[in-house]
Design a protein around this ligand. Structure first.
Ligand code: YH5
Length: 260
């Protein structure tokens, strides 16, 4: 899953403009580098981020979905927690929902049930604005597994087919560095849920805390984490650097498939 960076530029009339040509170019590159999914969004879910209004999120994201549908056949994932954005983005051609709130926002579970597209349910402790202040767990892996298991059951009860559900431990979302490392070490336990596991560690601070690298210099860190995740059973890797990640994961896949 390639992460599409949408860079909002302010427009002279005070309106809002997103670099559509840059988005198209980025998407084309990710497609030719071997991405299976392109994820749109993300900025609003970074630690400390402020809430974005529904209309602003729609204004930002819909033109990009429309532009990418003209540009590439690679499935598009929409990174949102808002029911209206899910509906409009899928109407515009998005193929998947990536929700860091695991469909807990008002109307989200109903929207996703109606849309019948794959949905990634992510674990987060707390709220993006405050989640990194003092996250506490008794057993982080057990807590994440229990939360995701409960959300999965809610979704299935609501009418989302099991076949459409993906789970994600939510690295960096309400977790200390130690929690993140423990979760990655225990990633295999997420497979007991019986769903594909998505992992997003690309360029995250927890990697920088190990290597001391700045966010602009975490490619090697991210590749190492992606390989560990796949060897621990992850099915989907969310990554900024698609070409390098795809190469590394081809090595991992080849070796995994050669085991006797
Ligand atoms: C995720 O893990 N993450 S947005 C801080 C960084 C680098 C990257 C300081 N959306 C996930 O990518 N969706 C985000 O460096 C996600 N799983 C899923 N499913 C945060 C992000 C980032 C934050």
């Amino acid at each position: 899953m390639g992460i599409l960076n949408i860079t909002p530029d302010s427009f002279s009339d005070g309106g809002y403009f997103v670099g559509l040509d840059a988005a198209r170019e980025q998407a084309e590159r990710m497609a030719s580098d071997g991405a299976s999914i392109i994820d749109i969004g993300g900025e609003s879910t970074r630690p400390g981020a402020e809430d974005v209004s529904e209309s602003l999120e729609l204004d930002r994201v819909l033109p990009i979905v429309e532009a990418l549908k003209e540009t590439t056949d690679v499935p598009i994932s929409i990174d949102t927690s808002k029911a209206a954005v899910m509906r409009e983005a899928v109407a515009a051609g998005a193929n998947m929902i990536n929700d860091v709130l695991a469909l807990q926002a008002p109307g989200a579970i109903e929207a996703a049930t109606k849309l019948q597209v794959p949905v990634c349910l992510m674990h987060m402790q707390g709220h993006p604005r405050s989640m990194q202040q003092a996250p506490v767990y008794d057993d982080v892996t057990a807590d994440v597994v229990a939360f995701l298991g409960a959300r999965v059951e809610k979704c299935v009860e609501a009418g989302i087919p099991r076949e459409l559900i993906i789970v994600d431990p939510g690295f960096g979302f309400g977790k200390t560095h130690e929690h993140n490392v423990e979760l990655l070490a225990n990633l295999r336990q997420l497979q007991t849920l019986g769903f594909p596991v998505l992992v997003g560690l690309s360029r995250k601070s927890t990697l920088g805390q190990i290597t001391g690298r700045d966010v602009s210099d975490r490619l090697t860190d991210s590749i190492a984490a992606a390989v560990i995740a796949v060897l621990s059973g992850a099915a989907i890797i969310r990554a900024h650097d698609v070409k390098e990640t795809v190469d590394a994961l081809e090595i991992a896949r080849t070796v995994m498939e050669a085991g006797t």
